[in-house]
Write a protein that binds this ligand. Structure first.
Ligand SMILES: CC(C)(COP(=O)(O)OP(=O)(O)OC[C@H]1O[C@@H](n2cnc3c(N)ncnc32)[C@H](O)[C@@H]1OP(=O)(O)O)[C@@H](O)C(=O)NCCC(=O)NCCS
Length: 162
């Protein structure tokens, strides 16, 4: 199954599909990005890697966004359609991107991840990332029961040396 997956650059026509995946994946954190954020990234192609993952029927099932500065890359986001999670797609997708960055002489990838995001932390660990620090109260998450209230959550900082 994984052998039939396709990785492509994001195009304008894919934006609505990406927005739907984003809303579904992050609604419980109430911190999903809006379409203008994605559009803005698309205008900065020299600074960002923005790739989509498609299945053998050409359906978009995930996306990844990394920021590149000098020889360092920051992983901003990786998302897999909730119906396809836990099947190895995320780790396969991330490993393909890591291999491509290695060929471009990127020396390290860093990221922040919510301390409670167990599946993402497992994914990063299985791809070789190591925990290098913590940022207290890094995320401000809107309380789903009270729109005027924000809850803080710690971030774990992780690094992969290439
Ligand atoms: C995080 C995410 C991208 C992982 O993608 P995935 O395709 O489900 O992950 P995989 O199936 O490749 O699994 C990768 C590792 O995580 C583990 N994992 C996956 N889902 C898990 C879960 N719900 N709980 C615990 N571990 C989990 C797997 O066991 C695997 O570890 P292993 O290699 O040691 O066996 C996906 O769950 C997702 O899109 N989540 C919502 C968005 C998000 O939080 N993104 C990350 C922050 S930007």
């Amino acid at each position: 199954m994984i052998r039939q997956l396709i990785i492509e650059d994001l195009k304008d026509k894919d934006l609505h599909c990406i927005q739907n995946l984003e809303n579904e994946a992050y609604s419980h954190y109430s911190n999903s990005w809006d379409i203008n954020t994605f559009k803005d990234i698309l205008t900065k192609k020299d600074l960002y890697v923005f790739k989509i993952l498609k299945d053998n029927k050409n359906k978009i099932i995930g996306y990844i966004i990394l920021f590149i500065v000098d020889n360092i890359s920051e992983l901003h986001k990786i998302t897999i359609d909730k119906h396809y999670q836990g099947l190895g797609y995320g780790s396969w997708f991330l490993m393909q991107i890591i291999n491509a960055l290695q060929k471009q002489n990127i020396e390290e990838i860093i990221l922040e991840v919510m301390k409670s995001n167990v599946s993402a932390i497992s994914l990063y660990q299985s791809c070789g990332f190591k925990r290098i620090g913590e940022r207290k109260n890094y995320y401000k998450i809107k309380d789903l029961n009270n729109k005027n209230k924000f809850n803080a959550e710690d971030a774990i900082v992780m690094q992969l040396k290439l």
